[in-house]
Design a protein. Sequence first.
Length: 752
Amino acid sequence: MTEHVQQREPGRAGGRVDERYARPIFLATILTGSFMLFLMQPMVARMALPRLGGAPAVWNSAMLVYQALLLGGYAYAHFLARLRPRLQAGIHIASFAVAALWLPIGLTGAVLPEHVSPAIWAPWFLLSSIGPLFFVVSAQAPLMQRWYALETQRGEPYALYAASNLGSFAGLLSYPLLFEPRLTLHQQSLVWTAGYALLVLLVGVCALTIPASAVEEIPQERSPPPTRACVLQWVLLAAVPSGLMLSTTTHLTTDIVAIPLIWVVPLGLYLLSFVLAFAVRRGPAGTFINIAPLVLLIAGGFAFSSGSTLPLFTATLGLFLLFTIAVALHTELYRLRPASDHLTAFYLAMAAGGVLGGLFCALVAPMVFDWAYEHPLLIFAGALLIPQSAMIPWGARLPAWSRWLLLALAILLSFAADIRPFGWVDKFDALGMSIAISLIGILFIGQRVLFALTLAALMMSYGGWTTLNQSREGARTRSYFGIYTVSERNFPPSRILTHGTTLHGVENLTPGEELEPTSYYARRSGVGHALASAPVLFGPAARIGIVGLGTGTLACYALPGQSWKIFEIDPAIVRIASNPANFKFLTSCAPDARIVIGDARVSLSRQPPGKLDLLAVDAFSSDAVPMHLLTREALAVYARALQPDGLLLVHISNRYLDLEPVLASAVQRDGWSAMISTYSPEVGEFGHNLTTSIWVAMARNPRQIEALKSASGADAYLWRPLVPRRGFPGWTDDYASILPLLEDWRNWVPMR
């Protein structure tokens, strides 16, 4: 469909609010509603952490619920727009009143049932908790634009959609920067309730601007309805950016750098792309249309690359790629917009596309792929959909056979650049081959199919063939909770488990060497001393609990007569660690250990009290922070699981956050005794796969802490008191923020 601008009839006077104020009122209403909508998203997800667990995929499930509710809200607005305007206003105000029964915003008392996956339960839990509120607020943006267009002299309403997304962006960004660091969840809920009341008032004022001549008229469609092909195009143009936003988040946090709050950035850029694409000034959007093919060749080529050597540079390229594709495709959506009498149908199709993109990334891809293949696939789809103009005109005039021959050459070069089957192909030759593929891609700009296929060859040249080969060999496992890779390295000979860019365990493969604890669990580490001292502290029948299995390295400390119980959220990790072909720690050292599947905090709360002597908490997902496992309430769960003289060990090594103040505040506030141990391998220990680690030991009985220090022998000097941070209140389920804990950005490098 070509761009269509509705012919407007002269409007009659008679609006019940002066027309001079109509546009500011509608603008304020749309900004307020969108701000609240995207303020609600992170706030509710934060509330749900203690109930659902801390898996990053839980946030993806929450995002999918939001997209589904948005689709429902847009469908409701589309239905409402067919009624008499006065009836529309009455029903919408009544819907606000019904949804207000769910105020103040919060969660139901339901608890995740045992043996039920959060992937299945989370959507129903969130829907029952905030569904009506999100539903009615999400409808206000398209509905207010429809009401605005009822007065034909006001001009086209689509620019108000840019304001809507600007409000969404402001709400999203303000939560981690303004609301979360300053307010408890209860206070945030009250602020949101006040905003809801303001929104109802603004919607009521907007209803008063409906022209008197229109309040009892049934809206008539005055332009041809969109064809099915056009609606399908709307859906596809909306689905690719929506999916790419989620796949970029997965790609960044899995294979590049798991910076805290990184999920905010792709979502924020996605929202900003609508602001540019639907703005009155068309210059910036046109610029992104023009540069999109070049950006795809420059940044899209790294879709398979881990970005491990230059993580921030690679992450920046990936984010710019997302923004460029989103602006280009949303600009094409704007070009294909219908007249305002079909406005709600247009937004309904866009919402349907958003849900399809979310379903593909959040549910389909984790079940079908063992790696984040959805990311390059969506980039490829973007290359097929973005508008293109030939950069080199004579490229399209080449004979068809020569163009397909050039494509075949690009594919062969991509294989040689990545696999390097010949001894003379070094990294500089491979770089030259990738550049040659890029030049072929530039020649094909304007020929969408050939351009997209050449881009695919370029992506394969930067690690694509290697990634496919790892999938073929079965070296990688993907679950709802992450992507794990088992690989080997030559020096020192070892087998490693990585979750994204983060090391999760190492087994030495040096011939003749005994099975020894490695990485963060070295014998001189805090947890090493604690577990080795368990017979001294608790006797020969010590009861040991471990939160987080990894490769099962801590099982090396198991002794006959001890009882071991391991809490692990991901069944895929259990399968990896239980297979001696991968790692021998668990099967050789603690074959009788009981493994409890589920979020550790939820599982521990179900255990009988006082049944553990020592509990080691080591539950990081990639480098994501298990915030709900470090709150005051979580520590109370651990204290309940331990006997009165029990010992708690918490692993707080992290590239991005200084977590010592979190536990130091708990020590001050709740009467724990504690010490912290920072262990770094010495020169003589090089080659044993040992890693710097930071462990905190905590106990209700201060004598246990002193006993642990004494049992550490010559390494007693590694233990020191925790240092609290002035003004930092610690974390609770009601209040937690990571901003005061962020470390210097120069520490943001991958751990291999």
